[in-house]
Design a protein around this ligand. Sequence first.
Ligand code: AMP
Ligand code: FE
Ligand code: FE
Ligand code: ZN
Length: 292
Amino acid sequence: MSGVRIDLHTHSSVSDGTDSPAELVAAAAASGLDVVALTDHDTTKGWAAATAALPDGLELVRGAELSCTSPDGRGGTCTVHVLAYLFDPDSEPIVAEQHRLRGERRQRLRRMADRMRADGLPIDPDDVMERLPAGSSAGRPHLAMALQRAGLVGSVGEAFDRYLHNGGRYYLPKADTPVHDAIRMINEAGGVTVLAHAFATTRGRTVTADVIRDLAAAGLAGIEVDHPDHTPAARDELRALAAELDLPVTGSSDYHGRNKVVRLGQETTDPAMFDQLAARATGVAVLGGRAR
Ligand code: AMP
Ligand code: FE
Ligand code: FE
Ligand code: ZN
């Protein structure tokens, strides 16, 4: 191993993490990473601040994590997350879809908060909404933090277990991007896509291997294998699938600051795998760092 440490999946306060983009890149450098990707949910709003604050020697991969809906391979549909890297953020279909999703996310958060208040929980929906930074992507962790502030739960994880899990009383779905559209949109904007935490069964329904084969045929460029929510068996299965499909694999922490227990760089990506992915992208460049 070359010793180069690469973490390709992190969230800032521009979506549901707690570090500002500037704090996130500082924390990435302090934790010994050489390359970090900023992948906020459904927005590129944090790119400018992360770029402006980029510490010497750290490479920044500008990205996003797209919430998508997919056939699950069993006759139904399910949610999948697609990591998108190095695409042109001004591509018109991407700008339009991210704008739509941010609106969808805010409306849904408001409705979830309203339902809690209607049940008598000490949640102020106006306060929840006012705390969201302008242009940010609202998500369930924002409601989890409100439940924590109200003293109803001790942690974001407990809020998910008791109130916010998929299918729970306060869970509401949202209209995500069809996964084939997302892959096409990112490819057309010069970017590359990686399927995130595909076999993280604790998050709800997951896709079959055949769906991933189909996504690869549709232009998916890589598979996230080493993720904190993947069991050793899930990693083995995904690694074998990636080998079959001749796709690079990645490893990432899915860091969310204080909203999750994972550390930056807890899981990392092999530099050769990252180089394969980056070589396919023509939208925007990897920023900063030293020549490797
Ligand atoms: P949403 O995008 O609003 O559906 O919320 C999903 C987000 O909630 C994910 O991106 C995770 O960041 C977070 N999340 C899901 N489950 C948990 C959990 N058990 N503990 C902490 N965060 C979670
Ligand atoms: Fe998240
Ligand atoms: Fe995700
Ligand atoms: Zn994520």
